[in-house]
Ligand binder design. Sequence first.
Ligand code: PEP
Ligand code: MN
Length: 360
Amino acid sequence: MANTYIQRSVTPALTNIIIAGPCSVESEAQILATAQALAEIPEVKMLRGGIWKPRTRPDAFEGSGEQGLVWLREAKLATGLPIATEVATPEHVELALKYEVDALWIGARTVVNPFSVQQLADALRGTDIPVFIKNPVSPDLNLWLGAFERFQKVGLTRLAAIHRGFAYYKETPYRNYPMWEIPIELTRRLNVPLITDVSHICGNRELLQSTAQKALDLATDGLMIECHINPDAALTDAKQQITPEELKQLLVSLTFRSKQSCNVERDLAGLRGEIDDIDSELLQLLARRMEVSAQIGEYKKRNNVTVVQMDRWKKILADHVATGEEMGLSPILINKVFEAIHQASIERQGRIMENEEDSH
Ligand code: PEP
Ligand code: MN
């Protein structure tokens, strides 16, 4: 069927590629209206739409299945946009190929399971369809690399990585913490294009712009952004989806950079990201240490024990200096750091003794 939209390649180059579309294909009207609005945006090179949705809870909307593929293919025919969907089982692969899906992605919950990844790789042997491999939910670089190796071993050559952030042990403003250093390390080890799925990193609309710009500054090769014709009514991931019109504005606000100028920034950002993560862990640990120290202060007060226990402190410091030296850390640093920590601890316990505060 002819269409009046911008002509697009079914195999777009994976540089500065924008993949947009709803989290889930929900109905014929929803995917057609969304696709038609997206097709008006020249930067959009591919339409995404989830057909089988891996949901945390069993009673949530789990996708429209084969019927959704019928609608997704209609959207492709109507707009000329190549289509991409997530596959998690060999049956999904078979159906996606039957309905002429142009590219597949492997979801974060599937990449954690090497058995599933191997089954998908086996199902795709003999095809050379583009496969985008999302990072696993957990920040495990080897698991991500292993998934690439499984697809490479069955002869697939058109692989790309999708960075969608990682589950993190503490609350952050993101739905999935970016940990930029992990995708950067992946692309240092493997020569594959990197697409940043800002929607699943952010989990909300507010952080999309800054996160997309950061990804572009770090030399991402493309962005995946969830778009829905009526985001508030979306059956999945409503909070993070934007309208095609909002996508248009977002794209205008972004600065796309040349790869060359990004490389230095990308190398540095990987290391800076690591430092930021470490500092944040240090802060958490310090706060926890102060909490425990306050509890000890309460105990000492109840039991009439003095705050400063000099013998114990001298032994602790000597142990830390020795352990630090084994780890290549200078005794001066260890002394300074632990003196400061100990001092703060004593002051806190002293205040508790004087009844000026309790441990809460
Ligand atoms: C999705 O792209 O809609 C999706 C479920 O992503 P992820 O596997 O990254 O959670
Ligand atoms: Mn989603």
